[in-house]
Design a protein. Structure first.
Length: 293
């Protein structure tokens, strides 16, 4: 009885923080030959026991394989780590969190050194890596050819979503989604603050809050449709004028509960500005135009 062995793409990984270590273990578990490097060598010891080859220097790690994945603290640390390495002929996938401008500059920097570049934005936390059912994934942008070449390997730790040839698009999608997440967290924080001093169990309140946020989430599709069509009065459920008229209730309730309104007032102010210069019959979509002008 014979066994067909599929040759797995060798991977070099620079950076073994919590996310880098999770990525490393996912590739090792899937049978990919893995070379790792970390500024603090102690972090690589456990991975060596699991089958990883530990390089003494970043240059040696880069030289080991064509596919070089970077997962470091920030863009400056990428520059510092790659200084003195020979990138010629290498395929560099940068999963370091950064801005779109940094990603575009990095793509040019890598190209000038004879390598190809793919940028990634990780939409997951370390415990989600290597767990397909977790829903974690990574945005990728840059060379589509490079993405197609390594997609199977890149999909081992988390799902893959390609968002365009512009190297900055992965970072832009990443930050856009995370910005929405923090906005949601801000709203949840205000909601919990309102009930904090009352005889209301936060654990009993939490499912109500979670279900409400889930119920409201599909509104983003209406917003997208209005932005695409340019008609902000299309399929409006709650008019801007009505929502602005209701804002004093939220502010007065916060005052009565001894809660700062500072998480709400910036958005309410934008709503009032839009109403003053726009159409009260439209949706909240016009606020976006105030942010982009």
């Amino acid at each position: 009885m014979t066994q067909n062995l599929v040759e797995k793409t060798p991977v070099t990984l620079l950076g073994l923080g919590a996310m880098g270590t999770a990525l490393a273990r996912a590739w090792l578990a899937a049978g990919h030959p893995l070379t790792v490097w970390n500024r603090t060598p102690d972090r690589a010891a456990a991975l060596a026991d699991e089958g990883a080859r530990v390089a003494d220097t970043a240059a040696a790690a880069v030289a080991a394989n064509s596919l070089v994945v970077i997962c470091l603290l920030d863009d400056a640390s990428v520059t510092e780590t790659l200084a003195g390495t020979d990138l010629a002929g290498r395929d560099v996938v940068d999963l370091t969190t950064g801005t779109p401008a940094e990603a575009r500059a990095r793509a040019r920097w890598v190209s000038e050194r004879g390598a190809r570049h793919l940028d990634g934005g990780i939409m997951a936390v370390p415990p989600m890596i290597g767990v397909p059912e977790s829903g974690g994934y990574v945005f990728y942008s840059g060379s589509h050819e490079l993405f197609e070449r390594y997609q199977e390997t890149l999909a081992v730790p988390a799902g893959t979503t390609y968002v365009g040839e512009d190297p900055g698009f992965a970072a832009l999608h990443d930050v856009a989604l995370l910005s929405a997440m923090y906005g949601m967290f801000a709203g949840a924080a205000h909601a919990f603050a309102l009930i904090r001093t009352e005889d209301i169990d936060p654990a009993a309140f939490a499912p109500l809050l979670a279900d409400w946020l889930v119920a409201m989430a599909p509104a983003v599709h209406r917003t997208a449709d209005q932005l695409r069509s340019g008609d902000y009065t299309k399929d409006v459920v709650s008019r801007l004028s009505m929502q602005v008229a209701g804002t004093p209730t939220f502010l007065n309730t916060a005052e009565q509960q001894g809660v700062s309104p500072e998480l709400l007032t910036p958005y309410f102010e934008l709503m009032r500005r839009r109403l003053a210069e726009g159409d009260g019959e439209e949706d909240l979509t016009g606020v976006i135009d105030l942010l982009t002008h």
